[in-house]
Design a protein around this ligand. Structure first.
Ligand SMILES: *[C@@H]1O[C@H](CO)[C@@H](O)[C@H](O)[C@H]1NC(C)=O
Length: 337
């Protein structure tokens, strides 16, 4: 069942939003009434290691490849022959070990820090792509005005939106973006550094962005402005009642979710800290989970560490190649029979 608000949205929500806005402005189409973060994804997931399903049981190691190499490099490996792929993997094993204690074996900690490093590189790359869009004067800084102009078009400060239908919605989003930018811009110079733009785009990665994310969510949901989210406000964000229609089962389930998992102190409403627990859930250490998995699956002699030989024996789990994909296709075909 597809519940609009709780779908896991893996791209930074804001980028999608901005793209949507740009397209809408370009196309002069009808803005939908709930344009914006509304109803798209409330929960700010920590940046995932991969969007592919973790489906090792069916010989599909794409998740592991992307977690271990990053999406771009994983694609490069797919172009290699098995021999080239293994040779490159061998060099990565040396680097993982050298970055740690250099004892010739890859420990869980070394594997974890390699995967965490890969994940951080992915975040950096996504911010770099945004940077190229926003730093329009190419001076190595992204000013709030630059970001605003690149996103919302060239209006003078205070000027009304005039060529869009839902000017009010745009105004709200602009105000919200500006406020988030001000919080991300920790030194208050109205210029974002890479780090500050990262906080703006990936607030879930930064403790100092927590309050603003909670405030944004509360503002969206707390229609009666009493500072809390009641169950009806929570449901209204997900589903609009059709007169004379019975409430679908998934909405009933959401009501139960609210009672069982969101309203932690059982007072019938969500306060800021309960909203925070919901939209910025304490994230598990994904690199550690993946490192444990790779280690467990490849540690043939069960000594708790991986030798280069063990990794190379299981090379198609860590990295791919065209030949591997060919093998996977055969497996898939076999499964369908
Ligand atoms: C943004 O657009 C406004 C209106 O065209 C212009 O006055 C301002 O100089 C622009 N700012 C930047 C930083 O490009």
């Amino acid at each position: 069942m597809c519940r609009p608000s709780l779908q896991l949205l893996f791209l930074p929500l804001l980028l999608l939003l901005l793209l949507g806005l740009l397209l809408r402005r370009g196309a002069q189409g009808k803005p939908s009434p709930d344009v914006g973060p509304h109803g798209q994804a409330r929960v700010h997931q920590a940046t995932p290691l991969s969007d592919a399903p973790h489906d090792d049981a069916h010989g599909n190691f794409q998740y592991d490849h992307e977690a271990f190499l990053g999406r771009e490099v994983a694609k490069e490996f797919d172009q290699l022959t098995p021999e080239e792929s293994q040779a490159r993997l061998g060099r990565i094993v040396d680097r993982m070990d050298r970055a740690g204690d250099g004892d010739g074996l890859v420990s869980l900690a070394e594997l974890r820090s390699w995967i965490a490093h890969t994940q951080q590189r992915h975040i950096r790359d996504s911010v770099s792509a945004a940077w190229d869009t926003y730093d329009t004067d190419r001076d190595g800084r992204v000013g709030w005005e630059e970001l605003r102009n690149a996103t919302y078009g060239h209006y003078a400060p205070g000027e009304e939106f005039h060529d869009v239908e839902d000017a009010e919605a745009y105004k709200k989003m602009l105000a919200r973006d500006e406020r988030r930018f001000r919080v991300a811009d920790q030194d208050g110079d109205s210029m974002a550094t890479r780090e500050e733009l990262t906080a703006f785009l990936h607030p879930e990665e930064f403790p100092h962005m927590r309050d603003i994310v909670i405030a944004e969510t509360l503002e969206d949901l707390d229609k009666d402005k009493d500072g809390y989210v009641q169950v009806e406000e929570y449901i209204a964000d997900l589903y609009s009642e059709e007169p004379g229609q019975e409430e679908p089962a998934w909405v009933q389930t959401e009501r139960q979710q609210f009672r069982d998992f969101r309203d932690l102190n059982k007072d019938g409403r969500l306060d800021g800290s309960e909203v925070g627990y919901w939209v910025l859930p304490p994230s598990q250490d994904q690199p550690l989970v993946e490192a444990n998995h790779l280690l467990h699956e490849s540690d043939t002699d069960k000594d708790g560490q991986l030798s280069k030989a063990e990794i190379l024996q299981n090379w198609n789990m860590f990295v791919g190649s065209q030949a591997t994909n060919y093998g996977e296709d055969l497996t898939r075909h076999h499964d369908e029979l």
